[in-house]
Design a protein around this ligand. Structure first.
Ligand code: ZN
Length: 70
C-alpha cells in the first residue's frame, strides 16, 4: 500500500471543485454527506458556490416575477 499524506484505510475519492476547477481529494466521510454533488476544495470556494446558487435561484426569473406585479 502506498504511503500518502492521508490516513491509510481511509477511502479517498477525487472531486473537481465546481468553483475553481481544481481536482482535490475528498474523504469517504465527506463524500457520504455530499449527496452526489461535487464538493468544493476549500471553505472559500464553498462560500462562493453558495453565493452562486443563491444568485441563480433569485436571478432573472425572480426579477421578471417582480415586474409582473406592477
Ligand atoms: Zn476550489
Amino acid at each position: 500500500m502506498p504511503n500518502g499524506p492521508f490516513e491509510a484505510g481511509e477511502a479517498m475519492t477525487h472531486h473537481t471543485c465546481p468553483v475553481c476547477g481544481k481536482s482535490h481529494a475528498v474523504t469517504a466521510a465527506r463524500q457520504s454527506v455530499a449527496w452526489g454533488r461535487r464538493l468544493t476544495c476549500s471553505c472559500t470556494c464553498e462560500v462562493e458556490r453558495r453565493r452562486r446558487v443563491r444568485r441563480r435561484l433569485l436571478g432573472p426569473h425572480a426579477l421578471r416575477m417582480h415586474d409582473k406585479v406592477h
